[in-house]
Design a protein around this ligand. Sequence first.
Ligand SMILES: [Zn+2]
Length: 109
Amino acid sequence: MPYKSGRKRTEYNKQYWLDNREKLIKQQRDRWEKRRQYTQEYKLSKGCKICGYNKCAGALDFHHSNDDKEFTIGSYSIMNLERIEREIKKCVVLCRNCHAELHEKEREL
Ligand SMILES: [Zn+2]
């Protein structure tokens, strides 16, 4: 990028966006798809830690077992893969049913 700061940089960025709009949108979509695929495959490979369910990635959640949550993994569209991997390691995979039951029990405590 030729400008470090100021109005020229803003203009340059705006023009760059306009000139490369489709390419940039496609890049963003590809990155998002790659992360989505990674998290889906990870969930299916682990399955629910409580009941073992592993048929549909959409029905599996990441559950933060400790209080060290940095971000919700569902927001992976803006995170790099390294951060997502780090966050995933803090979680256990649970199916929607077991996840809901677990939180319900936590509320009762
Ligand atoms: Zn389960």
